[in-house]
Design a protein around this ligand. Structure first.
Ligand SMILES: [Zn+2]
Length: 473
Protein backbone atom coordinates (compact mmCIF):
# COMPACT_ATOMS: atom_id res chain seq x y z
CA UNK A 1 0.00 0.00 0.00
CA UNK A 2 1.03 3.60 -0.43
CA UNK A 3 1.67 3.98 3.26
CA UNK A 4 3.67 0.77 3.65
CA UNK A 5 3.19 -2.97 3.96
CA UNK A 6 0.77 -4.80 6.24
CA UNK A 7 1.44 -4.54 9.99
CA UNK A 8 2.40 -8.18 10.48
CA UNK A 9 5.47 -7.75 8.29
CA UNK A 10 6.99 -5.33 10.79
CA UNK A 11 7.78 -8.21 13.12
CA UNK A 12 10.73 -8.90 10.84
CA UNK A 13 12.99 -6.50 12.70
CA UNK A 14 11.93 -7.27 16.26
CA UNK A 15 12.16 -11.03 16.64
CA UNK A 16 14.78 -12.75 18.79
CA UNK A 17 17.33 -14.97 17.03
CA UNK A 18 16.11 -18.34 15.78
CA UNK A 19 16.61 -21.61 17.68
CA UNK A 20 19.98 -23.43 17.63
CA UNK A 21 20.54 -25.29 14.38
CA UNK A 22 20.73 -29.08 14.43
CA UNK A 23 23.93 -30.56 13.05
CA UNK A 24 23.82 -31.62 9.40
CA UNK A 25 23.61 -35.39 9.02
CA UNK A 26 24.43 -36.20 5.42
CA UNK A 27 24.36 -39.66 3.89
CA UNK A 28 27.34 -40.54 1.67
CA UNK A 29 26.79 -38.85 -1.67
CA UNK A 30 28.56 -40.84 -4.37
CA UNK A 31 28.55 -39.61 -7.95
CA UNK A 32 25.87 -42.17 -8.85
CA UNK A 33 23.45 -40.62 -6.33
CA UNK A 34 24.00 -37.12 -7.69
CA UNK A 35 23.69 -38.32 -11.26
CA UNK A 36 20.42 -40.21 -10.62
CA UNK A 37 18.87 -37.21 -8.84
CA UNK A 38 19.78 -34.77 -11.59
CA UNK A 39 18.85 -37.03 -14.51
CA UNK A 40 15.44 -37.76 -12.96
CA UNK A 41 14.70 -34.03 -13.22
CA UNK A 42 16.19 -33.79 -16.71
CA UNK A 43 13.72 -36.46 -17.82
CA UNK A 44 10.83 -34.56 -16.20
CA UNK A 45 11.76 -31.30 -17.93
CA UNK A 46 11.27 -32.60 -21.47
CA UNK A 47 8.41 -34.41 -23.16
CA UNK A 48 10.24 -37.64 -23.74
CA UNK A 49 13.95 -38.21 -23.46
CA UNK A 50 15.29 -41.18 -25.42
CA UNK A 51 17.32 -43.73 -23.46
CA UNK A 52 20.96 -42.76 -23.78
CA UNK A 53 23.82 -43.28 -21.34
CA UNK A 54 24.85 -40.04 -19.66
CA UNK A 55 27.57 -40.04 -17.06
CA UNK A 56 31.18 -40.12 -15.95
CA UNK A 57 32.15 -43.59 -17.27
CA UNK A 58 34.47 -43.97 -20.25
CA UNK A 59 31.71 -45.73 -22.15
CA UNK A 60 28.97 -43.12 -21.61
CA UNK A 61 27.63 -41.80 -24.89
CA UNK A 62 27.16 -38.35 -23.33
CA UNK A 63 30.22 -38.04 -21.15
CA UNK A 64 31.44 -35.59 -18.48
CA UNK A 65 34.39 -35.56 -16.11
CA UNK A 66 33.61 -35.68 -12.39
CA UNK A 67 35.23 -32.37 -11.45
CA UNK A 68 33.77 -32.14 -7.95
CA UNK A 69 37.17 -33.01 -6.43
CA UNK A 70 35.80 -34.47 -3.21
CA UNK A 71 33.52 -31.49 -2.55
CA UNK A 72 30.51 -33.74 -1.91
CA UNK A 73 32.40 -35.79 0.70
CA UNK A 74 32.81 -32.67 2.80
CA UNK A 75 30.50 -30.17 4.44
CA UNK A 76 31.64 -26.89 2.89
CA UNK A 77 28.58 -24.84 1.91
CA UNK A 78 30.15 -23.13 -1.09
CA UNK A 79 31.97 -24.53 -4.14
CA UNK A 80 35.07 -23.00 -5.74
CA UNK A 81 34.40 -19.95 -7.92
CA UNK A 82 32.70 -20.84 -11.21
CA UNK A 83 34.07 -20.42 -14.71
CA UNK A 84 32.01 -18.08 -16.85
CA UNK A 85 31.11 -19.18 -20.37
CA UNK A 86 28.67 -18.21 -23.09
CA UNK A 87 25.82 -20.51 -24.00
CA UNK A 88 23.56 -19.36 -26.85
CA UNK A 89 24.35 -15.72 -26.16
CA UNK A 90 23.96 -15.83 -22.37
CA UNK A 91 26.94 -15.51 -20.02
CA UNK A 92 26.61 -18.22 -17.37
CA UNK A 93 28.58 -19.39 -14.33
CA UNK A 94 29.63 -23.05 -14.50
CA UNK A 95 30.48 -24.49 -11.09
CA UNK A 96 32.76 -27.54 -10.96
CA UNK A 97 34.59 -26.87 -14.19
CA UNK A 98 37.85 -28.82 -14.70
CA UNK A 99 41.01 -26.73 -14.09
CA UNK A 100 41.99 -26.96 -17.75
CA UNK A 101 39.26 -25.37 -19.79
CA UNK A 102 37.72 -27.94 -22.12
CA UNK A 103 35.18 -26.93 -24.79
CA UNK A 104 31.73 -26.51 -23.34
CA UNK A 105 30.41 -29.05 -25.79
CA UNK A 106 32.42 -31.30 -28.10
CA UNK A 107 30.30 -33.24 -30.58
CA UNK A 108 32.11 -35.91 -32.58
CA UNK A 109 29.95 -38.37 -34.54
CA UNK A 110 27.77 -40.47 -32.24
CA UNK A 111 29.15 -39.09 -28.98
CA UNK A 112 29.08 -35.92 -26.89
CA UNK A 113 31.62 -34.56 -24.40
CA UNK A 114 30.60 -31.83 -21.97
CA UNK A 115 33.47 -29.76 -20.54
CA UNK A 116 32.14 -28.51 -17.18
CA UNK A 117 30.72 -30.99 -14.65
CA UNK A 118 27.10 -29.94 -15.17
CA UNK A 119 25.82 -32.84 -13.12
CA UNK A 120 27.64 -31.76 -9.96
CA UNK A 121 26.70 -28.12 -10.55
CA UNK A 122 23.03 -28.96 -11.11
CA UNK A 123 23.00 -31.22 -8.05
CA UNK A 124 24.58 -28.52 -5.90
CA UNK A 125 21.91 -25.95 -6.82
CA UNK A 126 18.83 -28.15 -7.07
CA UNK A 127 19.45 -30.04 -3.83
CA UNK A 128 19.87 -26.80 -1.89
CA UNK A 129 23.33 -27.92 -0.70
CA UNK A 130 24.36 -24.37 0.20
CA UNK A 131 21.53 -23.84 2.66
CA UNK A 132 21.79 -27.32 4.18
CA UNK A 133 25.47 -26.89 5.05
CA UNK A 134 25.56 -23.16 5.68
CA UNK A 135 24.75 -22.07 9.24
CA UNK A 136 23.58 -18.62 8.12
CA UNK A 137 19.99 -17.94 9.14
CA UNK A 138 17.93 -14.76 9.57
CA UNK A 139 15.66 -13.84 12.50
CA UNK A 140 12.98 -16.23 11.19
CA UNK A 141 15.47 -19.09 10.89
CA UNK A 142 15.54 -18.70 7.09
CA UNK A 143 18.58 -19.05 4.86
CA UNK A 144 19.23 -15.46 3.76
CA UNK A 145 19.54 -14.40 0.13
CA UNK A 146 22.62 -12.38 1.19
CA UNK A 147 24.44 -15.66 1.99
CA UNK A 148 23.59 -17.35 -1.32
CA UNK A 149 25.73 -18.09 -4.37
CA UNK A 150 22.91 -16.52 -6.38
CA UNK A 151 23.65 -13.20 -4.67
CA UNK A 152 27.42 -13.63 -4.69
CA UNK A 153 27.60 -14.29 -8.43
CA UNK A 154 24.49 -12.33 -9.45
CA UNK A 155 22.33 -15.03 -11.05
CA UNK A 156 19.17 -15.13 -8.92
CA UNK A 157 17.00 -14.30 -11.95
CA UNK A 158 18.55 -17.02 -14.14
CA UNK A 159 17.28 -20.61 -13.86
CA UNK A 160 20.83 -21.87 -14.14
CA UNK A 161 19.96 -25.57 -13.80
CA UNK A 162 17.65 -25.21 -16.80
CA UNK A 163 20.54 -23.72 -18.78
CA UNK A 164 22.73 -26.67 -17.76
CA UNK A 165 19.93 -28.97 -18.93
CA UNK A 166 19.85 -27.07 -22.21
CA UNK A 167 23.51 -28.00 -22.79
CA UNK A 168 22.63 -31.60 -21.94
CA UNK A 169 19.66 -31.38 -24.32
CA UNK A 170 21.94 -30.34 -27.18
CA UNK A 171 24.24 -33.26 -26.38
CA UNK A 172 21.37 -35.78 -26.28
CA UNK A 173 19.86 -34.40 -29.49
CA UNK A 174 23.24 -34.76 -31.20
CA UNK A 175 23.75 -38.41 -30.26
CA UNK A 176 20.13 -39.52 -30.80
CA UNK A 177 19.17 -37.31 -33.73
CA UNK A 178 15.87 -36.62 -31.96
CA UNK A 179 14.76 -33.14 -30.94
CA UNK A 180 13.73 -32.73 -27.29
CA UNK A 181 10.76 -30.50 -26.56
CA UNK A 182 10.27 -28.86 -23.15
CA UNK A 183 7.27 -30.27 -21.33
CA UNK A 184 3.86 -28.69 -22.05
CA UNK A 185 1.17 -27.68 -19.59
CA UNK A 186 -2.60 -28.06 -19.18
CA UNK A 187 -5.25 -29.32 -21.57
CA UNK A 188 -4.12 -26.82 -24.23
CA UNK A 189 -0.47 -27.97 -24.00
CA UNK A 190 0.69 -24.43 -23.22
CA UNK A 191 4.38 -23.55 -23.46
CA UNK A 192 4.60 -22.56 -19.78
CA UNK A 193 2.44 -22.53 -16.65
CA UNK A 194 1.23 -20.06 -14.04
CA UNK A 195 0.49 -20.93 -10.42
CA UNK A 196 -1.44 -18.07 -8.82
CA UNK A 197 -1.46 -18.20 -5.04
CA UNK A 198 -2.74 -16.17 -2.10
CA UNK A 199 -1.50 -16.59 1.47
CA UNK A 200 -4.26 -15.52 3.82
CA UNK A 201 -2.61 -14.16 6.97
CA UNK A 202 -5.17 -11.57 8.01
CA UNK A 203 -8.77 -10.76 7.11
CA UNK A 204 -9.70 -8.42 9.98
CA UNK A 205 -7.83 -5.33 9.00
CA UNK A 206 -7.35 -2.63 6.45
CA UNK A 207 -9.51 0.19 7.88
CA UNK A 208 -6.48 2.30 8.81
CA UNK A 209 -4.86 1.77 5.41
CA UNK A 210 -8.07 2.76 3.63
CA UNK A 211 -8.56 5.89 5.73
CA UNK A 212 -4.93 7.00 5.29
CA UNK A 213 -5.24 6.50 1.54
CA UNK A 214 -8.49 8.51 1.39
CA UNK A 215 -6.96 11.29 3.51
CA UNK A 216 -3.90 11.30 1.25
CA UNK A 217 -6.21 11.76 -1.75
CA UNK A 218 -8.19 14.49 0.06
CA UNK A 219 -11.50 12.57 -0.09
CA UNK A 220 -12.95 13.67 3.23
CA UNK A 221 -16.53 12.49 2.50
CA UNK A 222 -15.13 9.03 1.76
CA UNK A 223 -13.23 9.07 5.05
CA UNK A 224 -16.47 9.76 6.87
CA UNK A 225 -18.21 6.99 4.94
CA UNK A 226 -15.41 4.53 5.81
CA UNK A 227 -15.67 5.44 9.50
CA UNK A 228 -19.44 4.88 9.38
CA UNK A 229 -18.97 1.50 7.66
CA UNK A 230 -16.48 0.46 10.32
CA UNK A 231 -18.78 1.59 13.13
CA UNK A 232 -21.66 -0.33 11.53
CA UNK A 233 -19.63 -3.55 11.66
CA UNK A 234 -19.25 -3.93 7.89
CA UNK A 235 -16.67 -6.54 6.73
CA UNK A 236 -13.17 -5.12 6.85
CA UNK A 237 -11.38 -4.25 3.60
CA UNK A 238 -9.14 -7.33 3.81
CA UNK A 239 -12.05 -9.72 4.39
CA UNK A 240 -12.08 -10.16 0.64
CA UNK A 241 -11.47 -13.79 -0.33
CA UNK A 242 -14.34 -13.75 -2.84
CA UNK A 243 -13.04 -10.55 -4.45
CA UNK A 244 -9.57 -12.10 -4.70
CA UNK A 245 -11.04 -15.09 -6.49
CA UNK A 246 -13.07 -12.85 -8.78
CA UNK A 247 -10.03 -10.76 -9.72
CA UNK A 248 -8.01 -13.89 -10.48
CA UNK A 249 -10.84 -15.60 -12.38
CA UNK A 250 -11.21 -12.46 -14.51
CA UNK A 251 -7.65 -13.09 -15.69
CA UNK A 252 -8.46 -16.68 -16.59
CA UNK A 253 -6.75 -18.29 -13.61
CA UNK A 254 -7.85 -20.45 -10.69
CA UNK A 255 -6.70 -19.28 -7.26
CA UNK A 256 -4.86 -21.45 -4.78
CA UNK A 257 -5.54 -20.12 -1.27
CA UNK A 258 -3.04 -20.98 1.46
CA UNK A 259 -5.08 -20.74 4.67
CA UNK A 260 -3.44 -20.52 8.09
CA UNK A 261 -4.31 -23.45 10.33
CA UNK A 262 -3.71 -21.78 13.70
CA UNK A 263 -4.78 -18.62 15.48
CA UNK A 264 -2.25 -19.08 18.28
CA UNK A 265 0.62 -16.60 18.10
CA UNK A 266 4.04 -18.29 18.02
CA UNK A 267 6.08 -18.50 21.23
CA UNK A 268 8.16 -15.50 20.09
CA UNK A 269 5.04 -13.40 19.56
CA UNK A 270 4.79 -13.74 15.79
CA UNK A 271 1.18 -13.59 14.69
CA UNK A 272 -0.58 -16.43 12.94
CA UNK A 273 -4.18 -16.27 11.65
CA UNK A 274 -6.60 -13.59 12.79
CA UNK A 275 -9.46 -15.91 11.75
CA UNK A 276 -10.67 -19.35 12.75
CA UNK A 277 -10.21 -21.82 9.92
CA UNK A 278 -12.59 -24.28 11.57
CA UNK A 279 -15.47 -21.83 12.18
CA UNK A 280 -18.62 -22.93 10.35
CA UNK A 281 -18.86 -19.62 8.47
CA UNK A 282 -15.25 -19.86 7.22
CA UNK A 283 -15.63 -23.52 6.28
CA UNK A 284 -18.72 -22.59 4.22
CA UNK A 285 -16.85 -19.79 2.45
CA UNK A 286 -13.97 -22.08 1.60
CA UNK A 287 -16.35 -24.71 0.24
CA UNK A 288 -17.87 -22.06 -2.05
CA UNK A 289 -14.45 -20.91 -3.26
CA UNK A 290 -13.51 -24.51 -3.97
CA UNK A 291 -16.79 -25.11 -5.81
CA UNK A 292 -15.86 -22.21 -8.11
CA UNK A 293 -12.50 -23.77 -8.96
CA UNK A 294 -10.15 -22.63 -6.20
CA UNK A 295 -7.85 -24.94 -4.31
CA UNK A 296 -7.65 -24.66 -0.52
CA UNK A 297 -4.15 -25.46 0.72
CA UNK A 298 -2.34 -25.28 4.04
CA UNK A 299 -0.41 -22.21 5.16
CA UNK A 300 1.39 -23.91 8.02
CA UNK A 301 1.68 -21.62 11.01
CA UNK A 302 4.86 -20.14 12.44
CA UNK A 303 6.83 -22.82 14.29
CA UNK A 304 5.49 -25.83 12.37
CA UNK A 305 8.51 -25.84 10.02
CA UNK A 306 10.84 -26.79 12.87
CA UNK A 307 8.74 -28.65 15.45
CA UNK A 308 8.19 -32.34 14.70
CA UNK A 309 4.56 -33.41 14.92
CA UNK A 310 2.94 -29.99 14.66
CA UNK A 311 2.64 -29.84 10.88
CA UNK A 312 0.88 -33.18 10.70
CA UNK A 313 -1.51 -32.25 13.54
CA UNK A 314 -2.29 -28.90 11.94
CA UNK A 315 -3.03 -30.52 8.57
CA UNK A 316 -5.83 -32.47 10.22
CA UNK A 317 -7.59 -29.24 11.27
CA UNK A 318 -8.57 -28.58 7.65
CA UNK A 319 -11.10 -31.42 7.59
CA UNK A 320 -11.49 -33.85 4.73
CA UNK A 321 -10.14 -34.07 2.18
CA UNK A 322 -6.89 -32.94 3.81
CA UNK A 323 -5.04 -30.27 1.82
CA UNK A 324 -2.63 -31.56 -0.81
CA UNK A 325 -0.26 -28.62 -0.69
CA UNK A 326 1.46 -26.36 1.79
CA UNK A 327 3.40 -23.15 2.07
CA UNK A 328 4.92 -22.08 5.39
CA UNK A 329 3.91 -18.75 6.93
CA UNK A 330 6.81 -16.24 6.64
CA UNK A 331 8.35 -18.68 4.14
CA UNK A 332 9.93 -20.46 7.11
CA UNK A 333 12.08 -23.41 6.03
CA UNK A 334 14.86 -25.07 7.94
CA UNK A 335 16.65 -27.29 5.39
CA UNK A 336 17.93 -29.65 8.08
CA UNK A 337 14.41 -30.35 9.43
CA UNK A 338 11.54 -29.09 7.29
CA UNK A 339 11.69 -31.27 4.14
CA UNK A 340 11.26 -34.45 6.19
CA UNK A 341 8.34 -32.88 8.10
CA UNK A 342 6.54 -31.99 4.85
CA UNK A 343 6.99 -35.51 3.52
CA UNK A 344 5.98 -37.05 6.85
CA UNK A 345 2.81 -34.97 7.07
CA UNK A 346 1.66 -36.44 3.76
CA UNK A 347 1.68 -33.34 1.57
CA UNK A 348 2.05 -33.90 -2.18
CA UNK A 349 3.56 -30.47 -2.74
CA UNK A 350 5.08 -27.46 -1.02
CA UNK A 351 5.55 -23.97 -2.43
CA UNK A 352 7.75 -22.17 0.10
CA UNK A 353 11.10 -22.05 -1.68
CA UNK A 354 11.74 -18.57 -2.93
CA UNK A 355 13.90 -15.86 -1.41
CA UNK A 356 11.73 -13.36 0.47
CA UNK A 357 14.36 -10.70 -0.27
CA UNK A 358 14.49 -11.10 -4.06
CA UNK A 359 12.31 -12.48 -6.86
CA UNK A 360 13.85 -15.25 -8.91
CA UNK A 361 15.00 -18.82 -8.43
CA UNK A 362 16.21 -20.04 -5.02
CA UNK A 363 17.20 -23.44 -6.40
CA UNK A 364 18.08 -21.96 -9.80
CA UNK A 365 15.35 -24.05 -11.40
CA UNK A 366 12.03 -23.07 -12.99
CA UNK A 367 10.23 -26.43 -12.93
CA UNK A 368 8.71 -28.35 -10.03
CA UNK A 369 11.30 -30.60 -8.37
CA UNK A 370 11.60 -33.25 -5.69
CA UNK A 371 13.60 -31.85 -2.74
CA UNK A 372 16.67 -33.84 -1.79
CA UNK A 373 16.84 -35.74 1.49
CA UNK A 374 20.41 -35.35 2.78
CA UNK A 375 19.82 -37.89 5.56
CA UNK A 376 18.69 -40.67 3.22
CA UNK A 377 20.63 -39.63 0.13
CA UNK A 378 17.61 -39.62 -2.16
CA UNK A 379 14.71 -37.50 -3.40
CA UNK A 380 11.77 -36.94 -1.05
CA UNK A 381 8.26 -37.96 -2.07
CA UNK A 382 6.76 -34.50 -2.55
CA UNK A 383 7.14 -31.83 -5.20
CA UNK A 384 8.42 -28.33 -4.58
CA UNK A 385 6.65 -25.74 -6.73
CA UNK A 386 9.28 -23.02 -6.40
CA UNK A 387 8.06 -19.54 -5.51
CA UNK A 388 9.27 -16.85 -7.92
CA UNK A 389 7.50 -13.61 -7.05
CA UNK A 390 5.93 -12.44 -3.78
CA UNK A 391 4.15 -9.07 -3.63
CA UNK A 392 5.97 -7.94 -0.45
CA UNK A 393 9.37 -8.73 -2.01
CA UNK A 394 8.81 -6.02 -4.60
CA UNK A 395 8.26 -3.17 -2.16
CA UNK A 396 9.09 -3.49 1.51
CA UNK A 397 11.41 -1.78 3.99
CA UNK A 398 13.49 -4.99 4.33
CA UNK A 399 13.33 -6.21 0.75
CA UNK A 400 13.23 -4.34 -2.57
CA UNK A 401 11.97 -0.82 -3.00
CA UNK A 402 10.51 -0.91 -6.49
CA UNK A 403 8.00 1.74 -7.47
CA UNK A 404 4.85 0.70 -9.34
CA UNK A 405 6.23 1.58 -12.80
CA UNK A 406 9.43 -0.39 -12.08
CA UNK A 407 7.66 -3.68 -11.35
CA UNK A 408 6.81 -4.99 -14.83
CA UNK A 409 10.20 -4.07 -16.36
CA UNK A 410 11.85 -5.94 -13.46
CA UNK A 411 9.69 -9.05 -13.81
CA UNK A 412 9.35 -9.43 -17.57
CA UNK A 413 12.88 -10.85 -18.08
CA UNK A 414 12.17 -13.37 -15.29
CA UNK A 415 8.94 -14.50 -16.96
CA UNK A 416 10.78 -14.74 -20.30
CA UNK A 417 13.32 -17.12 -18.73
CA UNK A 418 10.52 -19.35 -17.44
CA UNK A 419 8.78 -19.33 -20.81
CA UNK A 420 12.06 -20.14 -22.58
CA UNK A 421 12.40 -23.38 -20.62
CA UNK A 422 8.70 -24.35 -20.49
CA UNK A 423 8.65 -23.79 -16.75
CA UNK A 424 6.31 -22.75 -13.97
CA UNK A 425 5.70 -19.19 -12.75
CA UNK A 426 4.59 -19.11 -9.13
CA UNK A 427 3.11 -15.82 -7.99
CA UNK A 428 2.14 -14.98 -4.40
CA UNK A 429 -0.28 -12.09 -4.01
CA UNK A 430 -1.69 -11.77 -0.46
CA UNK A 431 -5.37 -10.86 -0.02
CA UNK A 432 -4.43 -7.56 1.67
CA UNK A 433 -2.58 -6.61 -1.52
CA UNK A 434 -5.93 -6.67 -3.37
CA UNK A 435 -6.91 -3.57 -1.37
CA UNK A 436 -7.43 -0.73 -3.90
CA UNK A 437 -5.68 1.55 -1.35
CA UNK A 438 -2.43 -0.23 -2.26
CA UNK A 439 -1.16 1.53 -5.35
CA UNK A 440 2.39 0.06 -5.41
CA UNK A 441 1.89 -3.70 -5.06
CA UNK A 442 -1.89 -3.76 -5.24
CA UNK A 443 -4.66 -4.99 -7.51
CA UNK A 444 -3.52 -2.90 -10.50
CA UNK A 445 -0.02 -4.38 -10.44
CA UNK A 446 -1.48 -7.87 -10.00
CA UNK A 447 -3.69 -7.30 -13.06
CA UNK A 448 -0.70 -6.09 -15.09
CA UNK A 449 1.31 -9.19 -14.25
CA UNK A 450 -1.62 -11.48 -14.98
CA UNK A 451 -2.42 -9.77 -18.28
CA UNK A 452 1.21 -10.22 -19.33
CA UNK A 453 1.23 -13.93 -18.42
CA UNK A 454 -2.11 -14.44 -20.14
CA UNK A 455 -0.95 -12.69 -23.30
CA UNK A 456 2.18 -14.86 -23.35
CA UNK A 457 -0.07 -17.93 -23.30
CA UNK A 458 0.47 -19.35 -19.79
CA UNK A 459 -1.67 -22.28 -18.69
CA UNK A 460 -2.98 -21.33 -15.25
CA UNK A 461 -3.27 -24.31 -12.94
CA UNK A 462 -3.82 -25.01 -9.24
CA UNK A 463 -1.08 -26.68 -7.23
CA UNK A 464 -2.85 -30.05 -7.33
CA UNK A 465 -3.30 -29.83 -11.09
CA UNK A 466 0.41 -29.14 -11.51
CA UNK A 467 1.31 -32.07 -9.30
CA UNK A 468 -1.03 -34.36 -11.24
CA UNK A 469 0.66 -33.39 -14.51
CA UNK A 470 4.24 -33.75 -13.31
CA UNK A 471 3.90 -36.79 -11.09
CA UNK A 472 2.36 -39.00 -13.77
CA UNK A 473 5.53 -38.66 -15.86
ZN1 LIG B 1 1.82 -15.99 5.80
Amino acid sequence: MATGPSPHYFYVMTLPPAFPLPQPAPAPLPAATRLAYVLRHFHLAYDSVPEVSIGYEETAVVRLEDASGGFFSGQAPYPPAPQWRDWCGTRLPFFFSPPVEAPLLHLPAGRAFIGPDLISAAFYLLSGWQEYFSAERDQHGRFPYAASVQKQYGFVTLPLVNYYFDVLRAAVEHVTGQPLRPRRWGPAQAAFAGFITHDIDTIHGGWGTRIRSQLHQGHLPRVVQTLLYKAAGRPSPWNNLEEVQEATTKQGAPSTFFMLGSQQPASNGTLNADYDLTAASMAARLRKLAARGAEIASHASYGTATTPGRLQAERQRYGLPAPTGNRFHYLCWEPRITPQLVAGAGFRYDSTLGFAEHFGFRNSYCHPFFPFDFEQGQALAFLELPLNVMDATLHHPNYLQLSAPQIMPALQPLFAEIEKFGGLTTLLWHNDHFDPANDVTGPRQFAEIMTHLQQRGAAFLTGSQIVAEVWTC
